[in-house]
Design a protein around this ligand. Sequence first.
Ligand code: BDP
Length: 719
Amino acid sequence: MNRYRLLILFLCIINLNSFAKDGYKLWLQYDFIENESLRKEYQSHIKRLIPFGDSETINIGLNELERGLSGMLGEVYLSKVNKSNINDYVLVLGSKASLSHDISSLLEKEFNTINEEGFIIKSITLKGKKQIVISGKTDVGVLYGVFNFLRLIQTNKSIKNLSIVDAPKLKVRVLNHWDNLDRTVERGYSGASIWDWHRLPDYIDQRYIDYARANASIGINGTVLNNVNANALILTPQYLEKVKALANIFRPYGIKVYLTARFSAPIEIGGLKTADPLDAGVINWWKDKTAEIYKSIPDFGGFLVKANSEGQPGPQNYDRNHVDGANMMAEAVAPFGGIVMWRAFVYSEHDANDRAKQAYTEFVPYDGQFKDNVLIQVKNGAIDFQPREPFHPMFGAMPKTPLMMEFQITQEYLGCSTHSVFLPTMYKEVLDADTYRKGKASTVAKVIDGTLDNKKLTGMAGVSNIGADRNWTGNVFLQANWYGFGRLAWNPYLTSENIADEWIKSTFSNANDFVQPVKEFMLASLEATVNYMTPLGLHHIMATGHHYGPGPWVSNLSRPEWNPVYYHKADAQGIGFDRSTSGSNAVEQYAPEVAKMFNDLNTCPEEFLLWFHHVAWDYKLKNGKTLWDGMALKYQEGVNQVEAMLKTWNAMKPYVDFQRYNEVKMLLNIQYKEAKWWRDACLLYFQQYSKKTLPKGVEAPTKTLNYFESLKFPFAPGN
Ligand code: BDP
């Protein structure tokens, strides 16, 4: 080989290496298991793969097994061997209908306990031969089983005597992409939209396939492709052809496509004069449009609608209500098995009272009036995806209406894709919260999985943090939030600790000295962020528009409830929004037990203190400190926690490839800097009202309040 060729070869190797660990492979790294005895142990249980059935989905499962097993165990696994030749230690996969009868009859009991998407992973002995079977009632169930089986190995679990039966607890598990047709992403911090509308339908980006694979691996079964602030053009034939191309790619992965429908589309693209939901022409327009969609996408999921919210059109423009609007669309999709996800994120421009009360006020009176195929999609809290919010009171108040959870995965209010915040901790706080609707233990999880009120249609939506960045989420750590969302949509009872554990091991390493400290850091990361941004129940004090950085001083926006001063209400007496019975009385929207707890200063959890109460600066916190001192110390604690996260990460260098190690390190450094910015700006601002000095232990700000107020970020992303 001449020197030139050698050089090319060398560059190729370097290049391969640098791409090998850039985060693109997400949690599906399938790293070679270095521990020889463990590897041998696995190898001894899997000698061959045998698929039953050859649908596209089964082949995807088979390829995944080949890819995963050869990656982790370093052997070539032969598939499609002669089925009559089943030997010991064969891994069998296939749905109930395609498995051979002697195998499927051994799983009869398990099949009876799973739903259509569930799976079984079981060690069996047939004619004296040991085998592992991965099965389900449907091919997609089998695929979920495959990913779960691979996860066992990724997380170094035993595969000796397997008997796993699992099925999703929620039906609709969807990502909501706030992606625009021009490839910008509202509140997106990970690059452009992954949907290359311009080159679709003919150009199929490999990313679409990898996206589908990643989602299937965590059980996500739907995707809403376009922004809730929708452009009606998505419903024109030109775009529907592109949507169809994506639907075709996603189908074998068990993923349905949904679209956000702009309520005024009949006018904008249909040439009608009105979008009144009771108008016969409008009703027919939606029926025809729906039929047109189903003709090319027979398994189309349905529509998501943001109506009469933040200026979006809706039924109220015609003096109709949410029921009129949602039911009209629900009737259009019903014949095809489609659903409507109607959002409850509404707040009136004409009611300056308390924004937190408005969605409940608008929706609860309609309980029981929506059609069976309507899900009301409710954000986790009543304001807007804050670092911490009490659960939305609607979850405890609409027993006759299927309510769907909407979480935000993208970090609009939590430091964009820069800050490393593990969100499943927050999701769990909400899911585990007790609504007391039917007495104790009526958790939000039981409301949304339908078990509390015996509801059939259930779901969870996550506002996606995915973009065209090579590592998908702009920060490798935030892949954990996509992962965790999927896992919780599958099973809202999983713990955030388990989710972190799985994710760390599948993404980075099983080394205990890595897993433990990183898990601790992830589990503490939400609290750290709440501390340096909005401790003790503060909320919505971010800067205007882009919400990047602190802006507690903002008071000049046209709508009162857009201003941070509306939320913190700091004055000479104290700080906080009085939502108790002596204030806006928002507490009344909760069940009596919950209302009582929040209403009473003594029982209100301190993490929600300033959410529900206006509290004097000298008020004594549970730790004996005054509110002012306690608040200042919380801000400092948040900064200290990020410093500790950074230290932990620095010590992890030996366990992580350089690229991912270094990217996370740089981002944590920014987070540390920004945590101090938050602390200093907020404390200087609130100090004008408290007129108190900073307690011992809180670092003195190095810049003035004027300086912080002067900072402008006209090009902050995602706006
Ligand atoms: C807010 C966002 C805005 C969204 C809106 C929504 O600032 O970009 O359009 O929520 O959820 O959080 O509709």
